[in-house]
Ligand binder design. Structure first.
Ligand code: RB5
Length: 170
């Protein structure tokens, strides 16, 4: 296969992945997950919903793992995780290699988190923000692109080094 064909195939695969958003929530985020999934689908994306599928008590680390693994394996492009506050979900998701998760309850952070910090999982607190704001935040997050600048790449490689050190000590 020629280099050109390989490049073309990779580009096509990347474009297809870019339309896949992975979403997960514990019982605290179950209702907001339903609302946001509909909103994201209407915006033209495919939604991969990893649960929870009811509002029975469940554990947010489990959904953080499911979303993180789908981002790591590139089955999905970006993730959205919802719990009561967004905090537990972000703490758990950040334990996974190459995951950069953050709670953003305003559109500025959601956009800048991607542009400067390559955030790949947005965490939301369903008990903190309303549905309309959550939609605006999700929109800002999904429309944002990483600014591929030297200083941002340098900072990301510093974080990558933390991951390597952390693994070595284990
Ligand atoms: C569950 O009650 C709640 O603790 C959880 O959804 C989340 O807020 C943790 O950060």
């Amino acid at each position: 296969m020629s280099l050109d064909t390989r490049k073309r195939l990779r580009k096509r695969r990347d474009m297809a992945i870019r339309m896949k958003i992975v979403i997960g929530a514990d019982h605290g985020g179950y209702h907001l997950k339903k609302t946001l999934s509909g909103f994201i689908r209407q915006s033209g994306y495919e939604v991969i919903d990893v649960g929870a599928f009811s509002n029975e008590p469940s554990d947010y680390p489990e959904y953080a793992r499911l979303v993180a693994e789908k981002i790591q394996s590139k089955e999905g492009w970006r993730g959205i995780l919802i719990c009561g506050s967004g905090v537990g979900a972000s703490v758990a998701a950040n334990k996974f290699r190459d995951i950069r998760a953050a709670v953003c309850h305003d559109t500025y952070s959601a956009r800048q988190g991607v542009e400067d910090d390559a955030m790949n999982i947005l965490c939301l607190g369903a008990r903190v923000i309303g549905e309309e704001l959550a939609k605006e935040i999700a929109k800002a997050y999904l429309q944002a692109e990483f600014k591929d600048l030297e200083r941002y790449r340098k900072r990301l490689s510093m974080i990558k080094e933390f991951e390597r050190q952390w693994t070595r000590k284990d």
